[in-house]
Design a protein around this ligand. Sequence first.
Ligand code: 4NP
Length: 157
Amino acid sequence: MRRVLFVCLGNICRSPTAEYVFRKIAAEAGHGARFEIESAGTHAFHVGGAADGRSTAAAAKRGYDLSPHTARRVAPDDFERFDHVFAMDGSNLANLRAACPKEHLDRVEPFMKYARSFAETEVPDPYYGEAGFDRVLDLVEDASRGFLAHLAESDLL
Ligand code: 4NP
């Protein structure tokens, strides 16, 4: 079992999108049962709430259902529980690295490291309209496929 945690700031836009996109892409590749997949936020603003309606609507158009999502904050034991802790942007990455015990720092990575079609290093925050929700989907679909391919190429699937 490979455990994957996606992390953004609020856990209502980018990381829930990545969670459900990666879940579907892994399942469609026949590897759904090999993963435990969750998402969390570095901050608590939206804990207990649903995914942002704009993310849910954009994802639904591509066949991803974000309706089961409930936001939670990153917990100290996430760094023990998860093999991969993926940050959506550089700020999330810095916050995660600061919270992560030294022995698990190798588990914390920028998710866009695994993208193959896009050169972006971050998934931009769409909450205040800096970039679109479709852009978030484009980037996380690419990184999800790339991460799955990386695992397959490394004989880790
Ligand atoms: P996310 O987006 O980190 O992709 O879930 C945000 C959600 C909420 C806020 C900022 C970004 N906020 O400031 O409340």
